[in-house]
Design a protein around this ligand. Structure first.
Ligand code: ADP
Ligand code: MG
Length: 732
């Protein structure tokens, strides 16, 4: 097989790459039910696992609940009628391996009797169940090993690939299609030869053969390693090209000016920056002074003080006569950032106002729900440049807001944007602004490289000194009702001491999930146990354990003004206990709040809980987080909660969290293009592969930025970028 640039399928796969042209219409339609449309789709539909003919499970060793593939001979097959009027059939097939026996059951497939005649030898795969005390497989996958329907050569090879299949097309049929396609497929090889040779990886055509028709376990392992590296390499090439392109873009340098707002602000800071903050501030300061746009990710532990770092950067830009925009994912957060920044700046945020500092600027808020008058004022200040800092939601600021001169865009990211979405934010500006992306939670290194691979990374891992540790305790409500009572007593004690509390619930009403707050990240399981309704719980608390306290309520479906009013009242200490959904998850900052009770804590993710508890203990007082759960001791849910209680290391927890999620969920909804390009690569487990691929891709792009010497790589990169664009368009 040769690969010529002329055969490189373009973005829209040409007809000759479509499966129909090779396997015929009928099979192509069936393959399409698995999303396999092209030859390349099929070849990259890698076997899920392999079964070795020498290692057939013996029937006596089967256990209930196990997923087994057995090779056995049919003893007999009988159709039995049942149901009203005997209209339904059940086919019972008895298998033997020479010693033990096993029953197969098929419902409403009477034709199985003719297919599975006594003496037939085949492979049967399925989950082992039990019925009337006997082990059985219900609706197993069946593949004949002998006779006209069996695949030639496969017994000789001795290893059988098992593919992800569907009711329409079983693994065997996929295997046959692959056999048809392999010899005629003119496959691309996105891995440049040098890169491949350096690592001793086989070429694509050899690897396809080894992964689909292995002659030894070593072969498919080698092939898998190759394709896993290829996935990482193509993705990292996209990022390497982006970074390379950024070097070719120009931005207006915004060097630090002395005697301006930034200096004045630093003088009035009520605390000293941590060493970590100082280092990151210096990195950003230098980035902003360059003639190329900054593309930096600032990630850090909850409460590590990212906001003040961002604010210093914004002021540096304002001092240079330009503006900074801060994008927040929700209205609550935008409003809070606006409030927080205005408060931190004090007189410096009252530029042009009576009593304001002479050199001051204005901080303006822009959200979708604000009144027409306030909006107009904000828009005017943004357009005239009177507002040095504009804070708003992504939704609003992505629209046509005129800015006098945008110097810096700060994106406070709650969900993980795709590369493409980030590009769209800045592409509308003729002169590229500097960009600082902040993540709400610490993220593992591999995920940072996969999702934010186009950005340089700064990390804040220490918490400001004087920050009290947050003590976290699991409260097993069912086993220890007395602990639950004690939990509410602790809330009362804190309030009596002049402090405030959060009670966090996973839902608003009994049966509905909260959808009002975008990206709240809740994973309510419709089949799970019923959770407390926010409203009911508030009533219960008001009438019972928290009687006499001032209770407020906050959730995503409230009117934004109501939310804002509640948050302001809580921040002012006019509410003792805020009963809320995960709206409080990100960034909400009320230093006087010292205790948080999370109800049905097992319904939250590990990182989410870590993020939530970061809301308490932000002032000088110790924080306490109580995770109330009905999950039993020793259950996986309980273990997750114990893990959260046992460490305050957000990076360790985010790793644990990622390990427990499915790959797709780790990357987030905005990443479906990347996700579908990663068939073998695990962004959680394959750290070494990703790091190696990143280095290799960076070096390759430096030597050949346009990928002129690697047309197959260029094609693969184009396809990935297109799917990322499609992701983005779907979401707008
Ligand atoms: P996060 O990184 O989670 O966004 P914030 O920026 O909200 O954290 O900071 C958390 C709190 O710590 C804020 O009240 C902030 O004013 C305060 N803070 C930030 N830096 C320091 C510091 N160096 N010393 C003391 N307090 C600090
Ligand atoms: Mg924050």
């Amino acid at each position: 097989m040769t690969t010529s640039p002329a055969a490189t399928p373009g973005p829209t796969n040409p007809p000759e790459r479509r499966l129909r042209s090779v396997v015929g219409d009928a099979t192509a339609k069936k393959l399409a039910t698995l999303g396999l449309e092209t030859i390349d789709d099929l070849l990259r539909h890698y076997p899920r696992r392999y079964v070795s003919l020498g290692e057939m499970t013996d029937l006596a060793s089967l256990q209930v609940g196990q997923y087994a593939t057995v090779m056995a001979r049919v003893v007999e097959a009988v159709n039995k009628r049942f149901g009203p009027g005997g209209r339904k059939t059940r086919t019972e097939v008895t298998l033997t391996d020479g010693n033990a026996r096993l029953t197969l059951t098929f419902f409403s497939q009477p034709w199985r009797q003719a297919q599975l005649t006594p003496g037939t030898v085949g492979l049967f795969a399925g989950e082992v169940g039990q019925f009337n005390g006997r082990l059985q497989l219900t609706h197993p996958l069946y593949e004949p090993l002998e006779g006209p329907d069996a695949l030639e050569g496969r017994i000789a090879r001795g290893i059988i690939p098992i593919y992800r299949a569907s009711a329409k097309i079983p693994s065997l049929a996929i295997e046959r299609s692959v056999e048809t396609v392999l010899p005629v497929a003119d496959v691309e090889d996105p891995l440049p030869e040098d890169v491949r040779a350096d690592r001793g990886l086989p070429s694509a055509d050899v690897a396809f053969e080894m992964i689909h028709r292995p002659r030894s376990d070593q072969q498919w392992r080698t092939a898998r390693d190759r394709f896993r590296f290829e996935e990482a390499f193509v993705l990292q090439t996209v990022f390497a090209q982006r970074r390379h392109a950024a070097l070719g873009q120009t931005a207006v340098p915004r060097p630090r000016r002395s005697g301006g707002l930034r200096d004045a602000f630093e003088h009035q800071l009520p605390f000293t920056l941590t060493d970590g903050q100082r280092a990151v501030v210096a990195e950003i300061e230098a980035d902003l002074a360059r003639e190329h746009p900054m593309h930096r990710l600032l990630q850090g532990e909850v409460g590590s003080g990212k906001t003040v770092v961002a604010l210093l950067a914004m002021l540096q830009v304002v001092d240079d006569g330009a503006q900074a925009v801060l994008l927040a994912p929700t209205e609550v957060l935008a409003a809070q950032h606006h409030r927080g920044i205005t408060a931190m700046l004090g007189a410096l945020a009252e530029g042009g106002m009576l009593g304001g500092a002479a050199e001051g600027t204005r901080v303006r808020l822009l959200t979708g729900s604000m009144g027409a008058k306030a909006r107009k004022e904000a828009l005017l200040d943004a357009a005239s440049g009177a507002a040095g800092i504009v804070v708003g939601t992504h939704a609003v600021l992505q629209e046509t807001v005129q800015l006098a001169e945008l110097g810096l865009l700060v994106v406070d990211e709650q969900h993980r944007f795709g590369v493409e979405q980030r590009a769209v934010l800045v592409d509308r500006y003729d002169t590229k602004p500097h960009v600082l992306v902040m993540t709400a939670t610490p993220i593992p290194r591999t995920i940072a490289m996969t999702v934010f691979g186009d950005l340089e990374t700064s990390t804040l891992s220490e918490l400001p000194g004087g920050r009290q540790p947050i003590q976290t305790t699991v409260v097993p409500a069912a086993e220890r009702p007395d602990w639950l009572a004690r939990a509410w007593d602790r809330v009362r004690e804190e309030v009596a001491d002049g402090r405030q509390a959060y009670v966090v619930v996973s839902r608003i009403g009994g049966s509905e999930t909260e959808t009002g707050e975008k990206g709240a990240g809740e994973k309510a399981d419709p089949d799970g146990p019923p959770t407390r309704s926010l409203v009911d719980l508030r009533e219960e608390l008001a009438a019972g354990p928290l009687a006499g306290l001032r209770l407020g309520i906050l959730h995503g479906r409230q009117h934004p003004e109501e939310k804002d009013a509640t948050m302001t009242a809580f921040a002012r200490g006019e509410i003792d206990v805020l009963v809320a959904t995960t709206v409080v998850e990100v960034g909400v900052d009320v230093p006087n709040a010292t205790v948080m009770v999370v109800v049905d804590a097992e319904r939250f993710g590990v990182s989410q809980l870590h993020q939530l508890r970061g809301r308490v203990g932000r002032g000088g007082h110790a924080g306490l987080c109580l995770l109330v759960t009905s999950a039993e001791d020793g259950s996986p849910s309980r273990e997750r909660l114990d893990a959260v209680a046992s460490t305050s290391d957000g990076f360790a927890l985010s790793r644990l969290d990622a390990e427990q999620r499915r790959e797709g969920d780790v990357l987030g909804a905005a990443q479906s293009g990347v996700r579908s390009s990663l068939r073998l690569l695990s962004v959680v487990k394959d750290e070494q592969v990703i790091a190696d691929a990143r280095e290799a891709a960076t070096a390759f792009v430096e030597g050949d930025p346009q990928l002129a010497s690697a047309p197959d790589l260029r094609a693969a990169v184009e396809r990935l970028e297109q799917s990322q664009q499609a992701d983005y368009l779907e979401r707008t």
